[in-house]
Design a protein around this ligand. Structure first.
Ligand code: NAD
Ligand code: UDP
Length: 312
């Protein structure tokens, strides 16, 4: 039995990860400050004697003895990470320093939840891990993008300078049950709007694209990366290469919900990337990983979840 720390464990991805690691027979410590996560996401795990929930902010040092650390703490939705941009940078950078310092001291293996946002508004398509990215360092997304880029730098430096065992996963847009209804990300926004027959808010003309990965697929890749051989550190892209425009996404959600909602067009936020698609050759080769759940199947499961929490 391994003892595993999950920061950001009460969030969307973190809560699924805690559940999965417990099911695989591990002891899990979930740490969260509840900024965008909720106790509700992990309340069903509280009866498990191998699960522990701790309120803590990763910008402050934390001491514990564990074998592995998954560092997921950080708001992921643009609305939330732009709410307090200075705090977002602190969470990524100081959070990374605190978790790497802890990993160094206790000789734990540590995984960083990085992001496709390190590629910014990409000029090559699809994005490979070698691409350095195209990020506006003073734009409204910079607190998140540059925070995550600096965290990657810290991870690599702790590995090279102090032999800390690190793993870096670059997560592409992931969706599924337990996304917060007010999260502000596109999949949850469109589903909630469709279920309530409210206008579907398309930012810009809806021609911008994203590649959506279902949460179970994403976690398969994340856990495989953590368990991969020590000399494979990443960064590695994990995401679903099937790419859709926001108009196509809206149409699929309207069809699957049977909604009467209308599409409305709102201004495109600054620096919103035009296109995004992971090249997953490295994940296929090194981890034997590829996504299994395609968009419609994943959307059906996600819509079923939202039907249980959203009033029509
Ligand atoms: P989320 O907002 O649901 O979860 C983030 C969790 O971190 C929340 O529970 C929040 O309360 C917690 N948190 C935030 N700041 C904290 C702090 N200072 N101290 C302690 N806890 C803090 O988002 P998510 O989608 O579950 O994302 C999890 C991780 O994966 C994030 O690091 C995010 O950047 C990364 N990621 C997610 C996606 C995606 O599409 N879901 C894509 C790329 C990267
Ligand atoms: N988006 C949209 N309507 C919404 C929310 C988002 O059209 O109600 C667009 C947004 O402008 C972006 C895409 O959907 O082009 C994905 O946005 P999200 O915030 O989910 O993720 P990210 O931009 O970080 O990939």
């Amino acid at each position: 039995m391994k003892k595993i720390l999950v920061t950001g464990g009460a969030g969307f991805l973190g809560s699924h990860l805690c559940e999965r690691l417990l099911n695989e027979g591990n002891e899990v410590v979930c740490l969260d400050n509840y900024f965008t996560g909720q106790k509700k996401n992990v309340v069903h795990l509280l009866d498990n004697p191998y699960f522990e929930l701790i309120r803590h902010d990763v910008t402050m040092p934390f001491f514990i003895e564990v074998d592995e650390i998954y560092n997921l703490a950080c708001p992921a939705s643009p609305v939330h990470y732009q709410y307090n941009p200075i705090k977002t940078v602190k969470t990524s950078v100081m959070g990374a320093i605190n978790m790497l310092g802890l990993a160094k001291r206790i000789r734990a293996k540590v995984l960083q939840a990085s992001t496709s946002e390190v590629y910014g508004d990409p000029q090559i398509h699809p994005q490979t891990e070698e691409y350095w990215g195209h990020v506006n360092p003073i734009g409204i997304r910079a607190c998140y993008d540059e925070g995550k880029r600096c965290a990657e730098t810290l991870f690599v430096n702790y590995h090279n300078q102090n032999d800390v065992r690190i793993k870096i996963i670059r997560i592409f847009n992931t969706y599924g049950p337990r996304m917060h209804p007010n999260d502000g990300r596109v999949v949850s926004n469109f589903i909630v709007q469709a279920l309530q027959n409210k206008n579907i808010t398309i930012y810009g003309d809806g021609s911008q694209s994203r590649s959506f990965c279902y949460v179970d697929d994403l976690l398969d890749g994340m856990v495989k990366l953590m368990n991969s051989r020590d000399d494979f550190t990443g960064p590695v892209n994990i995401g679903n290469p099937n790419e859709f425009t926001m108009l196509e996404l809206a149409e699929k959600i309207l069809k699957l919900t049977g909604s009467k909602s209308e599409l409305v067009f709102e201004p495109l936020p600054a620096d919103d990337p035009l296109q995004r698609q992971p090249n997953i050759t490295l994940a296929r080769k090194e981890l034997g990983w590829e996504p299994k759940i395609q968009l419609e199947e994943g959307l059906v499961k996600t819509i079923d979840f939202f039907r249980t929490i959203v009033k029509a």
